[in-house]
Ligand binder design. Structure first.
Ligand code: CA
Length: 299
């Protein structure tokens, strides 16, 4: 095999979520969690029993990450950022509304950096160009705007060994890298890692594996692509039987299962008939490993 060979895998549907807009996959407490943004729910699946629990957020929920308090999540909503204990039955407790002046925006994808800070972006619900931003929030719970002029703020990951942050603003068709300062969380020196050809779809969510390669969900591309950020080349491909693929994370024992979220939204009847599992959660066994889920550090 030459080093330009693209390894290919096929994902299988594993959880029948039938989400309108499945996103934000997280492996936590031996279970798979994800949001349905338009369905306004946080969802938990137990891979052993297939048991499904759906928790109603009462508004669009773009992202949910676990905190270092057992059972508590930090969530990005339409109105702002909140702490939530979904299994207690109480509604999310909002602690920050950095875009109270932009009621047409909502929070979208987010993730915790290797030092326990939460990064999450916003977008206009009409997808208006440049109306979103990226925020960082630490234990002081005060969001700092770290990037402005974003259109559809999406996938985030960090390579802690390289002090690098990877980020996707979907309409740019790029994954970009930034220098990341572990001491402060500051990001700087934005540069392109890869710009995807139009036929591959548009990059949405992504995650990083233990080798520092990126697994990028392709909206309109029916696949997750593994990208080597050093060369800017696609080195692997996971086929997904859904036209739009939104995000992915590693989970399962040993963190070697790639879990993949998809939506039903935006598909006509013919497309839905061709792809009956669109909206479900897919999984692929790959010979690579993910990193443990970072939790938001509350102190
Ligand atoms: Ca997304």
């Amino acid at each position: 095999m030459s080093d330009t060979t693209i390894r290919t895998y096929t994902a299988e549907p594993v959880f029948p979520l039938q989400a309108q807009l499945g996103e934000g996959p997280v492996w936590q407490d031996d279970a798979f969690w994800c949001v349905d943004i338009e369905g306004k729910t946080l969802n938990r699946f137990d891979p052993a029993t297939k048991a499904h629990a759906a928790f109603d957020a009462d508004q669009r929920i773009g992202v949910a990450v676990p905190t270092d308090n057992d059972g508590e999540w930090l969530v990005g909503l339409e109105c702002g950022l909140a702490f939530w204990r979904p299994e207690d039955g109480a509604p999310p407790a909002v602690f920050a509304t950095p875009e109270a002046d932009r009621p047409g925006n909502r929070f979208n994808d987010g993730k915790v950096d290797p030092r326990g800070r939460f990064f999450a972006g916003t977008m206009s619900m009409q997808c208006d160009a440049g109306c979103g931003a990226l925020y960082r929030v630490g234990a002081d719970r005060l969001p700092a705007k770290v990037l402005d002029g974003v259109t559809i703020s999406n996938g985030l990951s960090w390579d802690a060994a390289a002090n690098t942050f990877y980020y996707i603003d979907t309409p740019t068709r790029r994954v970009d890298a930034f220098d990341w300062d572990p001491a402060t969380g500051a990001i700087a020196n934005r540069r392109k890692v890869i710009e995807f050809a139009e036929g591959l779809g548009s990059p949405d969510g992504h995650c990083i594996d233990a080798e520092g390669k990126l697994w990028v969900a392709m909206w309109g591309g029916g696949a997750v692509l593994r990208v080597d950020p050093a060369s800017g080349r696609v080195v692997g491909r996971v086929e997904v039987d859904a036209p739009n693929v939104t995000s992915c994370c590693f989970g399962g024992p040993g963190l070697s299962t790639l879990y993949i979220t998809t939506p039903r939204i935006g598909m006509d009847a013919a497309a839905s008939a061709r792809h009956p599992h669109a909206g479900d959660v897919f999984a692929a066994e790959v010979e690579y490993f993910g990193l443990p889920t970072e939790k938001f550090r509350t102190a």
